[in-house]
Design a protein around this ligand. Structure first.
Ligand code: MG
Length: 362
């Protein structure tokens, strides 16, 4: 099975309602899709999310990296030589984790098809079903309470509450939500770098004192501020999860060795795909540090890949893979099967995609 063609396209899907975090607001998903076709007629799909405030990668840079740099080098290469293709991918250019992730996904999709097995089984096959949380965008407390109640009514057992705008109001937000939904639903708070270290310690301690029972707090401080992250981790009881501070396996090693966070959030757009995500899993597992698999604003293409990773490894114990549920349409047939919070993996070879609509190829 040799790579014959690498195509790049754009997928555009409106959101049900605007997605708002301390860093950004998204109304329409507009991502890059990669389609790799082999000489045997097999097709592998991958996706790169446009999240320039976190990864630095945007539409033009992602397309350019694939069309001008990575794509031409892959033509004629055999999927059986998997390690050498991945080596070529990661040594083709530094950074650019989103285009690398899209290519990596398409290669894993083909790798599974080559050996006639679903990817999650090739990676370890620990489970075949996962339960995702749902994100509540940062808005006025009343609107967040309404959104939280709706999510609980749909059966979600874990809410991920976006905060990090203004600590006093953040405290009000979480208090109001906890009062409205009771204590049978878990609450994760994601500050998306929105607090400074002292503020973070103060507000998390206030939440602890008020008995708000947070499962964890994600990325309280700036991505670069590992000392600040450690300061927060050292000074609160609530577990702290590193997200924007951790892209690569080396980042994970530094954070874990310095005890700068209690857990790691793995996202394919940060690691450059599944291959490096597996390295983070191995590092974290060696230290007994649990991981979450999260996502950017991605369609079911990227989320199927993330779900296969999440299902494969025991050390991945938390799932924040809700973006397909935030979209108004799903043009992807096959792949992971979403039933609100429940994600079931297809037993078909690779990622099990059947057809993908809404893509405009260049
Ligand atoms: Mg996050």
């Amino acid at each position: 099975m040799k790579i014959a063609q690498v195509q790049v396209g754009k997928i555009k899907i409106p959101l049900k309602k605007p997605f708002k975090t301390a860093l950004r607001e998204v109304r329409v998903l507009e991502n890059v899709v990669v389609k790799i076709t082999t000489d045997t007629g097999h097709i592998g799909y991958g996706e790169a999310a446009i999240t320039q405030v976190i990864t630095g990668d945007f539409m033009g840079s992602i397309k350019g990296a694939i069309i001008d740099e990575i794509g031409p080098k892959l033509i004629g290469r055999s999927i059986e030589d998997f390690e050498s293709i991945i080596d070529l991918l990661h040594n083709s250019l530094v950074n650019n984790t989103s285009p690398k992730a899209a290519i990596d996904m398409a290669l894993y999709d083909l790798f599974g098809q080559q050996y006639n097995a679903p990817v999650y089984k090739l990676l370890g096959g620990y489970r075949n079903e996962i339960i995702t949380d749902i994100t509540i965008s940062v808005n006025e407390p009343e609107e967040m309470v309404e959104d939280s109640i709706k999510a609980v009514e749909k059966g979600y057992k874990t809410l991920k509450i976006k905060v990090g705008k203004d600590w006093k109001k953040d405290l009000k937000r979480i208090k109001a939500i906890r009062e409205a939904i009771g204590y049978n639903v878990k609450i994760r708070a994601d500050a998306n770098q929105g607090w400074n270290p002292k503020e973070a310690v103060m507000v998390i301690r206030k939440m602890e004192d008020a008995g708000l029972d947070l499962e964890l707090v994600e990325q309280p401080v700036k991505a670069y501020d590992i000392e600040g992250l450690k300061y927060v981790t050292d000074n609160v009881i609530t577990p702290i999860l590193a997200d924007e501070s951790c892209f690569s396996p080396l980042d994970a090693l530094k954070i874990i060795q310095n005890r700068a966070a209690d857990m790691i959030n793995i996202k394919l757009m940060k690691t450059g795909g599944i291959y490096n995500a597996l390295k983070i899993c191995s590092i974290a597992e060696s230290f007994g540090v649990e991981c979450m698999v999260g996502c950017m604003m991605e369609s079911k293409i990227g989320l199927t890949a993330a779900s296969h990773l999440a299902a494969a490894k025991k050390i991945i114990s938390r799932y924040d893979l809700d973006s397909p549920n935030l979209l108004a349409e799903d043009p992807i047939i096959g792949g992971a099967q979403y039933n609100e919070y429940q994600i079931r993996l297809s037993e078909k070879p690779g990622f099990g995609f059947e057809s993908i609509g809404n893509i405009i190829y260049d």
